[in-house]
Design a protein around this ligand. Structure first.
Ligand code: BGC
Length: 473
């Protein structure tokens, strides 16, 4: 059944991130990172005060993870490097050889199994020593990140050919530096998100240039950044107000990063005008949105070799019903996303299941950002605790999603190169701790050896991977 097949050499993957799976938080010379600090502060920052101290134990149980990957028959595996495991204080002043050995073993074993690694340099876990000097609030961190990237390219780049610099900068900026929901727990409303995003964009661009200038010719790899986005529809398609709000919702999230990196080195026009107008009204002399110089715009433009999209859900959008008092990212956006009550929820309140939203978003990316090669670097559905191993309904969501993905490729001509399930394993789901389970494999966190057991979804996903296509019914 050819119409159910994916293109040849399509990348089938699953994804994880260091802090969410590794554990070994203080083992073998690893330095502290912001999530170690944040979770150890307790105070219900995370549900039940769970921490990533042990997580899935992948620092020692990585061979168990490889077995899961093998069982799925994946062609690709996406994981992240723990910055402070490699460079305990974040700088190349001291290199933790044990950390290097750990990732060398993992990368070599993946390649021996014919699995291509897709490696993220930074997935939310800033070394605490750098955070103490401002973290992403400081421009200097972009330079330190460039050196970290150089170190990773020179250490692992002989074998790693697909790189992601930063995972979901919008989440880090908003939740980490504006709303104090994520580590490092900073609350600099109206400023923090924009400032940290500005520095992450610079950091990304520096790392891309570092690769392009010094490594690309020899190593022949590709570098990108992973951007998260909902699909957004105007709540009332006939309302101009809803249409404008919907556009702002999109521009302030995906295009905030994709516009500078894929289009012109600068922020979307509507972000610049809204934030500047609000800043003026607040009596400020300059906009709360920092500006890139012309030189910086040139450096930032075109710094991605492919497009990495993390997609989970969609929203219907209308203007904010009540404007928050005081300046903030939310009041600048002036839009609110609403879930359609008919959309099912998957394991966690924010995750409304909207497979067709992904198809629309892929077409939007194709048409807006120059028809790039795209990888869906995360997509998934959760179960709340306690989960069922026979997660038949959840697999149904995956099937519906893959059907839409196939339409995007075949009917819309999207150059989609791969799809990664979030996640390989149940893991530390940030503020939700271990209560929200995204894994293809169940992890029993109550047993010391943290056994992995495939869900029904894993068994079915393995069939799709093997067929390189959906299974006809
Ligand atoms: C993140 C993952 C996270 C997942 C589910 C993404 O925002 O990159 O780390 O676990 O979503 O919430």
């Amino acid at each position: 059944m050819d119409e159910l097949k994916f293109p040849e050499s399509f990348a089938w993957g699953a994804a994880t991130a260091a802090y969410q799976i590794e554990g070994g938080w203080d083992t073998d010379g690893k330095g502290l990172n912001v999530w170690d600090t944040f979770t150890h502060q307790g105070g219900d920052r995370v549900l039940k005060n769970h921490t990533g101290d042990v997580a899935c134990g992948s620092y020692t149980l990585w061979e168990e993870d490889l077995k899961c990957i093998k069982q799925l028959g994946l062609t690709h595996y996406r994981f992240s490097l723990s910055w402070s495991r490699l460079l305990p204080d974040g700088t190349t002043g001291f290199i933790n050889q044990k950390g290097v050995e750990y990732y060398n073993k993992l990368i070599d074993s993946l390649l021996a199994m014919n699995v291509t690694p897709l490696v993220t340099l930074y997935h939310f876990d800033m070394p605490q020593a750098l955070e103490d000097q401002g973290g992403w609030s400081s421009e200097k961190t972009a330079d330190v990140f460039e050196q970290y990237a150089k170190f990773c390219f020179s250490t692992f780049g002989d074998r790693v050919k697909l790189w992601i610099t930063v995972n979901e900068p919008a989440m880090v900026a908003k939740l980490g530096y504006e709303q104090a929901i994520f580590a490092p727990g900073k609350k600099e409303t109206g400023f923090g998100a924009y400032r940290s995003a500005h520095n992450m964009i610079k950091a990304h661009a520096k790392a891309w240039h570092m690769y392009n200038t010094f490594f690309k010719e020899k190593q022949k790899g590709l570098v990108s950044i992973a951007l998260d986005s909902d699909w957004a529809e105007p709540l009332d398609p006939n309302s101009d107000g809803d249409k404008e709000a919907c556009d702002r919702y999109q521009q302030f999230r995906l295009n905030w990063f994709a516009n500078p990196i894929f289009i012109d080195g600068d922020y979307p026009a509507v972000m610049k005008s809204e934030i500047s107008r609000n800043s003026k009204e607040e009596g400020l002399m300059t906009s709360r949105l920092p500006e890139f110089t012309d030189e910086e715009k040139k450096i930032i433009k075109g710094t991605a070799d492919f497009f990495c999209l993390n997609y989970y859900t969609s929203r219907n959008v209308r203007p904010l019903s009540t404007k928050p008092s005081g300046p903030s990212y939310n009041s600048d956006t002036g839009a609110e996303g609403i879930k359609d009550p008919n959309w099912p929820e998957a394991g966690v309140e924010w995750l409304a299941v909207v497979p067709w939203g992904l198809r629309k978003l892929l077409a939007y990316i194709k048409n807006t950002f120059g028809d790039p090669d795209i990888y869906i670097t995360e997509n998934g559905f959760a179960q709340s605790d306690p989960p069922v191993l026979q997660d038949v309904q959840r697999w149904g969501y995956f099937e519906e999603t893959l059907t839409e993905v196939l339409k995007a490729i075949k009917q819309d001509g999207v150059k989609l190169k791969g799809y990664f399930v979030w996640s390989l394993l149940d893991n530390f789901e940030w503020n939700s701790g271990y209560n929200v389970r995204f894994g293809l494999f169940h992890v029993d966190f109550n047993q010391p050896n943290l056994p992995r057991t495939p869900y029904y979804s894993a068994i079915e996903y393995a069939k799709v991977v093997k067929e390189n296509g959906l299974i006809s019914k």
